[in-house]
Design a protein around this ligand. Structure first.
Ligand SMILES: Cc1cc2nc3c(=O)[nH]c(=O)nc-3n(C[C@H](O)[C@H](O)[C@H](O)COP(=O)(O)O)c2cc1C
Length: 169
């Protein structure tokens, strides 16, 4: 597997913690983790395999640091040919109508930039009303729900990272 860069935006620490779990599940020595607040264009461009992670806030709004990163750093970065996976944190019981919208917002911004998206995830087992992250009946990345128990999130991370080990080869 080639080196992977994980870039996350996190307000209260949940997405940061998930980023470390994903790193651990993939192969810690092969994965670098960046808070988007500290990441520059060069950091992004040095990876062929990239994972983006962000939470959703204020009813369907991308986490604020990630929003800035998306519209400044990522806008300038050459992403052509890169494999991209996305994960998002959210809360389906409190925000069922905008569940993990961040995944869809990031996807829509990057589509058309010559990247290949990997790591789609089935909607089975999630309970919510609507989400901007669903295309063709699948999430465009891995949703992690504050409302799910730790074991369930652990299992989902494990399934997803096993998928990435194949798709990011
Ligand atoms: C004010 C507020 C608004 C939120 N809005 C959404 C939302 O629209 N959709 C969603 O899925 N989760 C929403 N959440 C839940 C957060 O995305 C979730 O708690 C996430 O784990 C926070 O991750 P972070 O600490 O990495 O920022 C919201 C939480 C708060 C406090």
């Amino acid at each position: 597997m080639k080196r992977i860069g994980i870039f996350y935006g996190s307000t209260s620490g949940n997405t940061r913690a998930i980023a470390q779990k994903i790193r651990y599940n993939l192969k810690p020595g092969l994965v670098d983790v960046y808070d988007v607040k500290d990441a520059c264009v060069k950091d992004v461009e040095k990876y062929d395999n990239i994972i983006f992670g962000a939470s959703t806030w204020g009813t369907g709004i991308l986490q604020k640091d990630f929003e800035l990163f998306l519209h400044t750093t990522l806008k300038k970065a050459n992403l052509k040919g890169k494999k991209i996976a996305i994960f998002g944190t959210g809360n389906s019981s409190v925000y069922p109508n905008s569940f993990v919208d961040a995944i869809g917002i990031i996807f829509e911004e990057l589509v058309g930039k010559g990247v290949t998206f990997v790591g789609e995830f089935p909607t089975d087992g999630y309970e919510f009303q609507s989400s901007l992250s669903i295309f063709n009946n699948k999430f465009k990345g891995l949703p992690l729900d504050d409302d799910s128990d730790e074991e369930q999130n652990k299992l989902r991370i494990s399934i997803w990272t096993d998928l990435l080990k194949i798709d990011m080869n």
